[in-house]
Design a protein around this ligand. Structure first.
Ligand code: GLA
Length: 740
């Protein structure tokens, strides 16, 4: 058992030290009351002061805040909550527009509290503890005397992870109405800029590809202004030291527990101090803060590891899987599902669905999921969104009848929804044309003929809640796929006054969270899987309610290597929805072996998305074997420790492995893109084993040290494939390692 986390405050030097066995976070309050960042990284021994780390070096052209002292500029100090409009001209953490037109603030230390455990964030997803002993929290109040506004900075350090959770709350105790134009959840000035910045970017079907660059003077950022966290940039950034790789080196990471517009920025100043910030994107954001009101910014998580990227990912996975995701399914092995989307698209009858479900049951599938097309007038993508009642022409006994028939076959039943959207051709829209997000007198864009419902309005959330809850109450629903297939444009709400139009994006996502909260509390045993045209809203905020997410609409096994590899940097295997689909693949037309499709998908929440009745008897036998393998190993795969071994971004081969939580077994996946003539002999060095333990692999005994330092030959036969089939394009191998 790890020791308790500790937060120490040294009153004489006004130093805060948050520490656990792995990390230290150091701050101090300087003479004028500004909160100074001193260190975040590997644990250092405590001492009464770290004042020697606080050096203010004078620089030309820096404006001084102290009369008669030319050297004291806020631009020369490393801050935790930099103001706008003062002597620090770098990017600010906060901007508050006042009645006189100024947005300048001057926040200074006023008070602090240290307590065991962690508070919840009203209306927002966040990391949590199950017992107070798991974490300690420090709240620091910074006060702007002129405005009467308090900014409370919250820092939680966890006992078991090298992780800090941060957020900020503003409280207006002054007499004027203010407008929050920017509020970063996290701002931190790192001592230097000697970092490689990794971001996870792409597009529909190409999510979370790793892009890398060295930090440079000036600002570098990723963001979303789309209303969803987006396919384009995942709200996560990794900063690693030069030379850090998967196995070794220092690395810090941040991920945002938020699903809407975001900005993650590193501004490197002329003297190579790096200001890292995470928050709601200030574009399109302006929050009215009346006297007496408060505003809560979402949570940002910070991670550090000295054990390379895999070490960093382990800290992320552990926290996201066990203390961000929540609910009944959090620690449970996930059901093996069959989804009908790529099998039938909109073209199905109840008979056809049941025929697929029957074969699914025969091969061992546990959950049948009916995707889009079951409701309203929805026989194509032009109609029906918003009308969440079964189309009785297609499903004569409704969802209740179909779900019972599926259960009678011995399967659980799951259903697709897209609760935030509406087609103009729907009863909902005909009744409530003003319920969509649209700017008056401007053209309103659509995507896929659909419009975004205005979730900033509680009555809209309520109406959709009623429809969904009715189905959950009257049918046998074990799983819900919650989709969101377009971004927000022309953001404006008919339900808000002019001075609050800058609140639409944030209120929208608060409405989404509210619906998720209500449904997951009322129907705690339903497994929710998030989706947004694949991975367009794959973030720690949604993960709080939906412990798994559809990673990408691209189900091609070779494309998935990059997508799942990039995703795994931050997100655990238990969150990564992955299915075996038909070939030629529908997104890229590639033909890959059935074994490879399964060997990739099993490093995710495993399922099938094809018409099993179109497979040959031989293929069905293979599917059966795959399913029984996953059933036997899914605890290791989904609840184990995941290690990346070979990167698809670096070469022709990818490899990764999951080690069971108790260390007794591991499953290793090895994948080849193209077959080469007369290929070299290669060795795969494993990770996460005990150096002094002995393991059995392909009939041979090896020490953990040998497997990790020397490696295994990739010519070893696969554990579930005949050898000759690995000698081709898109081949893969799977090995099971057992401790002896
Ligand atoms: C999105 C999802 C798919 C499928 C379709 C249905 O594209 O990502 O998995 O559910 O919608 O329309």
């Amino acid at each position: 058992m790890n020791q308790l986390p500790q937060i120490r405050y040294e009153a004489t030097s006004r130093t805060f030290h948050l520490m656990n066995e792995k990390i230290s976070y150091l701050m101090k309050v300087e003479e004028l009351g500004k909160l100074i960042h001193l260190h975040f990284g590997q644990r250092v021994p405590h001492r009464e002061d770290f004042d020697h780390l606080f050096i203010v070096k004078p620089h030309a052209m820096y404006s001084s805040v102290v009369e008669w002292n030319n050297a004291y500029s806020y631009e020369a100090i490393r801050q935790e909550f930099p103001d706008f409009g003062g002597s620090d001209t770098r990017v600010a953490a906060v901007k508050l527009r006042q009645e006189n037109g100024s947005s300048m603030t001057d926040f200074r230390y006023q008070d602090h509290r240290i307590f065991a455990g962690k508070k919840t964030l009203p209306g927002l997803p966040a990391s949590y503890v199950e017992e107070d002993a798991e974490a300690q929290t420090l709240e620091i109040d910074l006060f702007d005397e002129l405005l009467g506004v308090t900014a409370t900075l919250s820092y939680t350090i966890f006992r078991d992870q090298g992780a800090i959770a941060r957020h900020v709350r503003l409280k207006n105790d002054g007499s004027q109405t203010l407008f929050v134009e920017k509020l970063a959840s996290l701002s931190m000035d790192l001592a230097d800029a000697d970092y490689e910045w990794l971001q996870f970017s792409g597009s529909w079907g190409r999510e979370r590809h790793i892009k890398e660059r060295h930090l440079q003077q000036g600002s570098q950022s990723i963001s979303s202004r789309r209303g969803n966290s987006s396919h384009n940039h995942n709200p996560s950034v990794v900063l690693k030291r030069v030379g850090t790789d998967e196995r070794q080196g220092e690395v810090l990471a941040t991920t945002f527990v938020y699903s809407g517009n975001f900005l993650m920025e590193a501004e490197v100043d002329t003297f190579d101090v790096t200001r890292l910030q995470v928050g709601i994107h200030p574009d399109g954001f302006c929050w009215q803060l009346a006297p007496g009101a408060d505003f809560q910014a979402p949570e940002a998580l910070l991670f550090f590891s000295a054990d390379g990227l895999n070490g960093m990912s382990r800290e992320c996975h552990s926290l996201l899987q066990t203390r961000v995701a929540k609910g009944y399914w959090r620690d449970r092995p996930r059901p093996i599902l069959l989804n009908n989307w790529e099998a039938t698209y909109f073209d199905f009858t109840e008979e056809k669905l049941l025929a697929i479900a029957k074969t699914a049951k025969d091969v061992g599938v546990e959950l049948f999921v009916l995707d889009d097309g079951w409701f309203g007038e929805r026989t194509n993508d032009r109609a029906g969104l918003g009308d969440w009642a079964a189309n009785l022409a297609r499903l004569p006994e409704g969802i209740a009848g179909l779900s019972e028939k599926v259960e009678a076959l011995g399967l659980k039943f799951g259903l697709w929804f897209e609760p935030e959207m509406v087609n103009k051709d729907s009863e909902l829209f005909r009744k409530h044309p003003d319920w969509i997000i649209a700017t008056p007198q401007r053209p309103t864009s659509h995507y896929r003929h659909q419009y975004v419902l205005d979730y900033s309005r509680p009555e809209v959330v309520e109406a959709i809640h009623q429809q969904m809850a009715e189905i959950f109450r009257t049918s046998k629903i074990a799983y819900v796929k919650w989709d969101m297939n377009r971004s927000i444009s022309e953001a404006f709400s008919a339900g808000l006054p002019s001075q609050q139009q800058g609140e639409v994006y944030h209120r929208y996502i608060l409405g989404v969270y509210e619906l998720y909260r209500r449904l997951t509390e009322e129907f705690p045993e339903i497994l929710f899987e998030s989706c947004s045209s694949g991975g367009g809203r794959f973030d720690a905020g949604i993960l709080h309610y939906a412990p798994q997410g559809w990673t990408s609409d691209n189900s091609d096994a070779i494309s998935r290597l990059k997508i799942q590899y990039g995703t795994s940097m931050i997100y655990p295997v238990s969150a990564i929805g992955a299915h075996v689909s038909i070939v030629p693949n529908h997104q890229v037309q590639r033909v890959t072996p059935l074994s490879t499709r399964s060997n990739v998908a099993m490093f995710g929440t495993f399922g099938y998305e094809l018409d099993l009745n179109e497979l040959t008897a031989e293929e069905l036998t293979e599917v059966k074997q795959q399913i029984s393998f996953v059933k036997a190993k899914r605890e290791t795969l989904q609840q184990g420790r995941f290690y990346r071994l070979l990167s698809p971004f670096a070469g022709n081969h990818t490899a990764w492995m999951s080690v069971a939580a108790d260390g007794n077994e591991a499953v290793i996946g090895y994948y080849q893109v193209l077959q080469e003539a007369d290929a070299p002999l290669t060795w795969l060095r494993l990770q996460g084993l005990e150096p002094d333990s002995w393991y059995q692999l392909a009939g041979e005994r090896y020490s953990g040290a040998e497997l990790m330092q020397i490696g295994v030959s990739t010519t070893l036969p696969s554990d579930i494939l005949p050898e000759e089939r690995s000698d081709r394009d898109f081949a893969s191998k799977l090995w099971v390692l057992k401790k002896v």
